[in-house]
Design a protein around this ligand. Sequence first.
Ligand code: F6R
Length: 612
Amino acid sequence: MCGIVAYLGRRHAYPILMNGLYRLEYRGYDSAGLALLNDDLQVYKTKGKVSDLEAFVSGKNISGSVGIAHTRWATHGEPNNINAHPHVSPSGNMALIHNGIIENYVYLKEELIRRGYKFRSSTDTEVIIHLIEDFMVNVEVPLEEAVRMAMDMVIGAYAIVVISKHDPHKLIAARKASPLVVGIGDGEFFVASDPTPIVEYTKNVVYLDDEEIAILELDQELKIRTIRNQEKVPYVEKLEMNLSQLEKGGFPHFMLKEIFEQPRSIRDSLRGRLNAAQGVVYLGGIRDFEQKLVNAERIIIVACGTSWHAGLVGEYLLEDIARVNVEVEYASEFRYRNPIICEKDIVIAISQSGETADTLAAIELAKQKGATILGICNVVGSSIARATHAGSYTHAGPEIGVASTKAFTAQVTILTMMALMIADKKGTIRRSRFHQLLNELEKIPSKVEKALLLNDKIREMAEIFKSASNFLYLGRGYSFPVAMEGALKLKEISYIHAEGYPAAEMKHGPIALIDEEMPVVVVATNKELYDKVLSNIQEVKARKGIIIALVKEGDTSVANLADYVIELPDTEESLMPLVATVPLQLLSYHIAVMRGCNIDQPRNLAKSVTVE
Ligand code: F6R
C-alpha cells in the first residue's frame, strides 16, 4: 500500500524521484524517504508527507543519477523516521524500498538476530535487506542473485527495489502480489508502483509478473529472471496515458476534477461498446466468455468499498434486466467463509486499482474451484486485470483522489452494458425495451453534465450541514446502493459519521437516532417504490429529522415534504444510480472542504489496499 519509484540513467535522479513520489502519494502518505547513489549512499527519510521530505532534504547532497524513493502507508511499525523507507543494510552499503507485507518476517528476524544481526526499525521490510546482504557476504553471490535467494525465503507480498554502493550502475527490482512496472527509456530505466511517475519520460513499459526479478544496468538491455532462476523475455507494452490526466487541470482537488470528468469518463466507458442507433452493445474484452455469461445460472460479484457498491447496483441490474441469479460479496468475507463455488459460476471482480488484496485473493479462490473470472478494472495491466480470465476496462482514466468517484460510475456503466447484453441474448427483455434502454444509456453523460450544474446549490447546502456529527442516507431499490455510496463518500473525506440504509430498514433501528440534529438524505428517485419512500420520509419528519431529498425533476410530493431538495434530470430507474450518485459526491466534497479536511488524501486511507 506504499508507493515506490526508482531511477537509473544519466539524468539527475532527485527531481524524477520527487516528482514520482508526488504522483504516488495517493498510495500512502505517513512517511517518505529516498536514497541516492553518488560518492556515497545518501539516505533521507522522514515522518510526514512527500512535501515534508522535500523540506527535509533541502540543502543536503542530492546529486546522483541512481536512486530509489518511497511513500509509506504504515502496516508494521508506526509512522516515524526510523520505520520510513528506504531501509539500509547492516554495512550501510545497500538500500531497499518495499511495498507489501512479509508474513514470515518474525521468524526471519529471529533467525537473523540469533546470528548477530541488529535491527533498527520495527518493520517487516528490514529483514529483506539484511537477508540480501547476508547472501552477498556469506555466499558471495552478485546482487541480483542475493535478491533472488532472499526473495525465495520470504512469504508474502512484495514489490522491492534495491541499490548498492558496490554496484553503482545497477537497480534490482522484484515483485510478488504488489504491482511494479519498469519504464524503458533511451539509456535509462524507471521503476514504479504504477506508470504515473514514468509516463512523461517513456511510453515503453514492462509490467513485472509475480516472482519476477528485473535486472537493470546502465547501457544494458532489461533482463528478467524468475525466483526459480528462469530467464524471461520482457514483454514491452505501450502506455496509453498522458500527462494532463495526472494533473488537476485547474481544479483545486483531484476529487473535484474527477467528479466533473464523469460525463467524459462514462462516454469513454461506452465508446466502441454501445451503438444505440444500431441496437448493439458489445464488450470485446469478454467476447470469448459471452456465451458462458449468457448461460450462467449464477453470477458472483466480488469487490470492496465503493466497487462493492457498484457491484450492488450490478446485482439489481442483472437480476432485473437479465434475470440471472446474482450474489454480491465483500471479497474479504467471501474468501474466508468457505463459499460454495461451482465450475458453472461466473465471478465478476470489480476493482478500480486492480490491486486490492482481498479481491485478488477472492479471485484466486474462485479460480481454484474452477469458476470463470471476469474483471472490471480501471488500471490497465493491474494484478486483478491479469489474474482474471477476461474483462472489460472501465477507461475512466487515472483516478488519483483517494475517494473513488468516476471509477464508480464507470463500473456501473460496464455492469449496465453487461446486463443489457445478457438480457438481449437471453431474450429477457423485449427488443423495443432493449432499444429504449440503450438510447437512454447513451444520454447518461449529458444527464450527468446536467447534474453537475447543481454544484453551486449543493455548495450552499454543504454550508448548512458542515457541522453535523451524523448523517443518515436512505434509499430503496436502485437507490439503496446510491445511499450507501453517498454515506461512504461523506465519512471517508469529511470524517462525519454516516450510514447508508435501505429506507424501510430504518424503522428497525436507525430511527432511534433521528432527532432535530440529524440530516437524512433520501434518494427518492424511484417510480415503483415512490409511495413507500414518501412514507419513510413522513416517519423521519415525525421525529423532527431534517430531510434532504434527491428527486426527479418536477417531483412535487417529496419536494413539499422535504426541507431541502435536489432535483435530478429524469432517466430510467435502472440508470438513475449513474446520475444520483453525482450530487452526493459533490455534497461530501464541499462539506469536507468547509471542514478543512485533506480531500485527496484523507487520514488513514490509501488508494489501493494491497494489504488484507
Ligand atoms: C472509497 C474507496 C474504497 C475503494 C476500495 C476498493 O472511495 O475508494 O472503498 O473502493 O478500497 O478499491 P478498488 O476498487 O481499487 O479495488
